[in-house]
Design a protein. Structure first.
Length: 110
């Protein structure tokens, strides 16, 4: 795993997105299409979609919010939380179409 800071990405933020109910999946897929977005999740509670983004400078975050996410139809509101310091960051990468998926199907007898 490559640390984002090693590539010049010095900032990261979490973005809670409220979406029109009939557009949740479309919005999540559109958000996921941007290079600066590294994780997107559908969720319950205050937001419909959560996105985690990385950026080099604060002005880049402004571009993500206004020039990218702000133009997606169906977004009703966004709340951004800029992370001051990351204490722990770990990722597990799973290829759902690869070996794990095949072994799960075998266990179920598919």
């Amino acid at each position: 795993m490559v640390r984002a800071s090693a590539l010049g990405y010095n900032g990261n933020a979490s973005i809670g997105i409220r979406v029109s109910p009939d557009r949740i999946k479309d919005v999540a897929e559109a958000v996921a299409g941007y290079r600066s977005v590294h994780t997107v999740a559908l969720c319950t509670g205050r937001y419909d979609v959560l996105a985690w983004v990385i950026f080099r400078e604060r002005r880049d975050l402004m571009g993500i919010l206004t020039q990218e996410l702000g133009k997606i139809p169906g977004i009703n509101a966004m709340e951004t939380v800029t992370n001051l310091k990351t204490i722990k960051s770990s990722y597990i990468s799973v290829d759902w179409q690869g070996e794990l998926w095949t072994s799960l199907k075998r266990k179920r007898g598919d």
